[in-house]
Write a protein that binds this ligand. Structure first.
Ligand SMILES: *[C@@H]1O[C@H](CO)[C@@H](O)[C@H](O)[C@H]1NC(C)=O
Ligand SMILES: *[C@@H]1O[C@H](CO)[C@@H](O)[C@H](O)[C@H]1NC(C)=O
Length: 355
């Protein structure tokens, strides 16, 4: 119970934060979107293990982005720690993401806003904009799946204050029926705008327990010198202020069983869109929900590539098989023709339009 209340309190403060930010900044934001960048996910089955460690991603090309404040994307206020590199791949069933960003080690057990945090966002509805998380104009009293239809965005948010590095968080059997994660706060949300944002399955007009948290993920910081088996008691796991890189690794099925328009559905061979957010306790100060960096001020295309077409050898095999099939069917038709002239003399020919 206390955890759930804490969760609600955090959510509430995040929402309040968004309201304040919203009033301060108004609707108009300058955006010089980097229209050349995209993130590409190749088919590489069995290449990575979801453990927060980046070693198995070394052969995968990364895409590098500046981190500018999402609500005021001014280069002066760029994240000082460095750029974020995003890598993606798929195995035909799941899509995997690795986010890596340099940052001195900051961790405060149980206090999410004093730890780094990351979120991924995807459009679900056809009118879902990057700005204002879907961009529905309704307010919390009036937003619903009817009034905001078409503005749905899907969000994965990982706050690591209760997550042990290297261990897996996200969807778990105890939280089945909604998008929450009581252990690591790796949650599956949807939103119509910053004020109308809910865990999958929860909504102002009623809850639906068919929802699930379909995400899984882990985190790591390379200043740690133990490479396996941290326990909660080892927190804060490393020495504060150590230079190094944070790694956040995630996976999600390409398709989910969502029936509520709360999950993005990926398609192999097609392009989707993504946004990535990063929070960091700059100078040890806790962050508020609206105080996050973003890799772009608009959606970034996310290409889920089909496997490369089969090589020459198997193509020849396919051709030989096709040839064999056509020779066989030729023989069969010759035999059937012969057999029917020999045995069916008595059967009268019936023109088709008499039937
Ligand atoms: C999510 O579902 C679990 C399991 O049914 C339940 O215990 C938990 O209270 C739910 N969380 C919310 C926020 O409704
Ligand atoms: C939906 O679930 C939330 C969190 O568990 C709860 O606070 C709310 O009262 C529920 N709404 C309805 C309409 O049952």
């Amino acid at each position: 119970m206390p955890r759930i209340m804490l969760g609600s309190a955090v959510l509430l403060s995040v929402l309040i934060g968004y309201c304040i930010a919203h009033e301060d900044h108004g609707e108009v934001q300058s955006c010089e979107s980097n229209s050349f960048s995209r993130i590409q996910a190749n088919f590489r089955p069995g290449a990575v293990t979801l453990d927060g460690h980046p070693d198995d991603w070394s052969e995968v090309d990364g895409f590098e982005f500046s981190l500018l404040p999402a609500l005021d994307p001014d280069e002066e206020n760029e994240y000082k720690g460095g750029k974020m590199t995003v890598k993606a791949l798929h195995d035909g069933h799941d899509v995997f993401f690795l986010l890596q960003v340099d940052g001195e080690y900051a961790y405060s057990k149980g206090e999410n806003s004093k730890c780094p945090s990351v979120a991924l966002m995807f459009p679900v509805g056809e009118s879902a904009t990057y700005h204002n998380m879907g961009g529905c104009k309704e307010s919390p009293g009036t937003c619903s799946d009817k009034t905001c239809h078409g503005h749905e965005v899907d969000i994965m948010h990982f706050s690591i204050g209760t997550a042990i590095p290297g261990r897996l968080y996200g969807g778990n059997p105890l939280d089945n029926g909604n998008g929450s994660d009581r252990f690591g706060h790796l949650v599956d949300l949807y939103a119509w705008n910053p004020h109308c944002r809910f865990l999958d399955g929860l909504s102002p007009s009623g809850n639906d327990t068919s929802a699930e948290n379909n995400w899984k993920g882990a985190w790591w910081h390379d200043s740690f010198n133990v490479h396996s088996g941290f326990l909660e008691g080892d927190s804060p796991f490393g020495t504060s202020g150590q230079k190094g890189t944070y790694y956040f690794e995630f996976s999600r099925p390409i398709r989910t069983m969502d029936r509520l328009q709360q999950d993005v559905q990926f398609t192999i061979g097609q392009s989707n869109k993504i946004a990535v957010a990063f929070w960091y306790p700059v100078d040890g100060k806790p962050w508020s929900g609206f105080q996050h960096y973003s890799i772009n001020c608009d959606w970034i295309p996310l290409d889920i590539f089909s496997p490369p077409s089969p090589s020459g050898g198997s193509w020849n095999a396919a051709l030989a098989f096709t040839l064999l099939l056509s020779v066989t069917s030729l023989c069969v038709s010759v035999f059937v023709g012969y057999w029917s002239t020999r045995t069916n003399k008595a059967v009268a020919f019936t023109p088709i339009d008499h039937l």
